[in-house]
Design a protein around this ligand. Sequence first.
Ligand SMILES: *Cc1c(COP(=O)(O)O)cnc(C)c1O
Length: 322
Amino acid sequence: MPNIDKVSLAHLPTPLEFLPRLTEALGGPDIWIKRDDQTGLALGGNKTRKLEYLLGDALTSGADTIVTAGAIQSNHCRQTAAAAAKLGLDCHLVLGSEPPDTVTGNLLLDQLFGAKLHWAGRERRGEPLSELVSELKAQGRSPYLVPYGGSNPIGALGYVEAIKELKQQNGPEFSHILFASCSGGTHAGMLAGQAKYGLNSKILGIRIDKQDPMDGPYEQQLTKLTQQTTRLLTPEVTTDKVQLNNDYMAGGYAVLGQQEVEAIQMLARTEGILLDPVYSGRAFAGLVDLVQQGFFDSDKPVLFWHTGGSPALFAYHQQLSA
Ligand SMILES: *Cc1c(COP(=O)(O)O)cnc(C)c1O
């Protein structure tokens, strides 16, 4: 691994569990779950693993202020705000919304963690970040910019190491690993980790956001991020090609539809596990549909990598309450 002093933020390893009642309900392959909703920091989620490297890098570079961006119900912003608080750093969040009437879910938690909020209207991916960084510098601060979703090669290292953790848990050999893929750090890190640690499972991301990143088509950006991540590794590794399923983006980013509602209810009612409305609920709906289509070999177990997000459930109470 490269020379980045990571900070410890997560409770690791996260549990790897078999889901017997869900498996029975679906009648397909054995379904297992990797509980990165239980990373421990501030109600958990996949951003915590990335932040261990990103904020380690921030501390090394002498930063006193963390700047990042996301949607109004960003899990990434919530975990960043908590991590900054824990490390005694200021945190500025640029949120893609107008100031809302009701403060709930992740946004409520951002406030509890003392983050300073900036409202960016329709720009939910940090478009105004460099401006804010310049302003903070002019005020004599030392800001460190964490990109949208924590998805750069440094953040992705968290998921390179997550694959090592999975290998060490000695579970069964999974035919596929499914998860929500959105800003790409999780996906890129897993692919690099798969190559580095020799994991045989196929890494299959379920795409969440229809909108492409600012600098090009998502799949292309993901491939680029994967390559950049492998370049941080010694020896450098050659990854599998990116595999991305684009079939479950439904109404677009953060639009909760019937497929997500049913998926959330299904996992809650079979296993007592909470998904989220934007990411894991959508990815899990994809998993259920793929099982029902007979996409998987029924004698080979499949892993759903839970990426967290349940605090956002409360912001969708109207669509979710029966
Ligand atoms: C951010 C997020 C994802 C997507 O991870 P990326 O690394 O951005 O692709 C998935 N699930 C949840 C709950 C998230 O908050």
